[in-house]
Design a protein. Structure first.
Length: 135
């Protein structure tokens, strides 16, 4: 943490005593430029997840009023999108049975806006095409 390099802040989580320094790491990250802060926070989220420290991280983020803009964070945005696609796929399979290849491909390349729209349509539509469009 003494190096002053943004990437070393997240790596400090892996050092001896790192988990006890979550609050300090977040405080230092808040002083970074926006792109550096977003990168460090994304790395911190991933490392805390691996070390089973997400509860501590969440508590510290709330206490400090720090936020992570998921829409602007490529790593987290893609993880959220993949999870939403998985849920839509399960909804569609439950309602319409095994999905054809074209539907799987459309889901795999969907934008977040598509996934949100399809989630609502999956509840109301009577056909697969009524949810994600025609082949």
């Amino acid at each position: 943490m003494a190096s002053g390099r943004p990437g070393d802040l997240a790596l400090a989580m892996l050092a001896n005593g790192g988990p006890d320094r979550v609050a300090e790491i977040i405080r230092r990250a808040k002083d970074l430029s926006w792109p550096e802060r977003q990168r460090v926070m994304a790395q911190l989220v991933l490392l805390c997840g691996l070390r089973r420290l997400t509860g501590r991280l969440t508590m510290e983020l709330k206490t400090m009023g720090a936020t992570i803009d998921i829409a602007k964070n490529e790593i987290l945005r893609d993880l959220i999108r993949d999870g939403q696609v998985h849920v839509v796929r399960l909804l569609l399979q439950t309602k319409f049975g095994e999905l054809p290849k074209w539907a799987d491909e459309r889901l795999a390349h969907a934008k977040m806006s598509d996934v949100d729209r399809w989630t609502v349509k999956a509840v109301k539509a009577s056909t697969l095409e009524g949810v994600i469009g025609k082949k």
